[in-house]
Design a binder for this molecule. Structure first.
Ligand code: DAH
Length: 343
């Protein structure tokens, strides 16, 4: 063994250490040089065979080599382990922040707010009524006769305990109930819109649900005219479906209005030529409306000779489906975020 050999071994060890990039190869390096049969260890054993003079000289350079390798090994261990995290860890202030997920309103809530906002600009006030109702508010006060099919339990949900009693409770099947509640409490003039849930025991399919939403409108004053009704609805529908929107009143029957009409808009998809959205008719039925029946005024204690009014009712899901091209009503209630995030 010569001091030249030791110098070369040190050089070689240094360059090998440079190519160590994993803790596995670092351990292999340690075994290879400093292990029990490692190359440095073996040189220490050779010292015994040397003269005392050489032993002192080479012994001290060997010790130096061993100490410097141990130090370098230690430095390498800490350079290979991941940097500490947390407060004292590395923080890069130039990274973009984490964006918290943003919520939004359900498309039906958006539609309701949009519609009621339009009516608020026309002087209508938004009011709400209960979803559990009496037969009186849902039927009797609205001039719906006792034998009318909509009173049947096939058409209206009754609360079970109350079904057999004289005046049962039910889940309202229309928001027209709110007309009655408001008129019972207040005197004309009135201008209200009433959004809310209604319930009907319908078989669920692409266009039917046992629960859906309506918006009711009511205006009562000493004098109101049918042309006011027409004007307000036309204004409303133009704002909702665009300035070119045409409307059409078709004679119809509702027990609580006389005369009554169904209101159609021209099909915005085919512009009247006929397509699958309008069923080939060129018109889309959107709401029911009419002049408040005197019998309704009498039920709430108004003098039917001194007040007049008009009312209307529309389905919220239907309007939202038409405006956004939504093919299936069930999408509104499944709460699938892939659907809801689109609005
Ligand atoms: N309540 C009716 C329904 O559920 C809708 C309706 C029609 C409301 C005519 C009205 C009206 O206020 O005047 O089908």
């Amino acid at each position: 063994m010569t001091s030249e050999e030791i110098r070369l071994l040190a050089k070689e060890a240094d360059s090998r250490l440079d190519s160590v990039h994993s803790s596995e190869s670092l351990e292999a390096f340690r075994v290879d040089y400093l292990g029990r049969k490692g190359r440095v260890t073996r040189l220490f054993e050779q010292l015994k065979t040397l003269s005392p003079e050489e032993r002192r000289l080479l012994g001290s350079s060997l010790n130096e080599l061993k100490n410097s390798l141990e130090k370098k090994l230690e430095a390498k261990v800490s350079s290979l382990s991941p940097p500490p995290r947390g407060r004292e860890g590395f923080f890069d202030p130039t990274l973009p922040g984490l964006r918290p997920p943003q919520g939004r309103l359900h498309p039906l809530t958006q539609t309701i707010r949009e519609i009621t906002a339009l009516f608020e600009r026309l002087g209508f006030e938004v009011v709400e009524g209960p979803e559990v109702e009496t037969e009186f508010h849902n039927f009797t006060a609205l001039n719906i006769p006792p034998d009318h099919p909509s009173r049947d339990s096939f058409a209206t949900f009754y609360t079970r305990e109350e079904r057999e009693r004289e005046s049962p409770f039910l889940l309202r099947s229309q928001t027209s109930t709110v007309q009655i509640r408001v008129m019972q409490k207040r005197k004309p003039p009135l201008r209200i819109v009433a959004p809310g849930r209604v319930y009907r025991p319908d078989q669920v399919d692409a266009s039917h649900s046992f629960m859906f939403h309506q918006i009711e409108g009511l205006m009562v004053d000493e004098q109101t005219t049918f042309s006011e009704l027409k004007g307000i609805l036309h204004l409303f529908l133009r704002r909702l479906f665009g300035p070119e929107t045409k409307i059409r009143f078709r004679p119809h029957f509702f027990p609580f209005t006389e005369p009554s009409a169904e209101v159609d808009v021209n099909c915005f998809l085919c512009e009247g030529r006929g397509c699958s959205v309008c069923g080939g008719k060129g018109w889309i039925e959107l709401l029911g409306a009419g002049s408040v029946h005197p019998a309704v005024f009498e039920q709430v204690g108004y003098d039917a000779k001194r007040v007049q009014g008009f009312a209307f009712g529309l389905g919220v899901e239907r309007i939202a489906m038409l405006r956004h091209g939504i093919p299936d009503i069930r999408l509104f209630f499944e709460n699938d975020l892939r659907f809801l995030r689109q609005f």
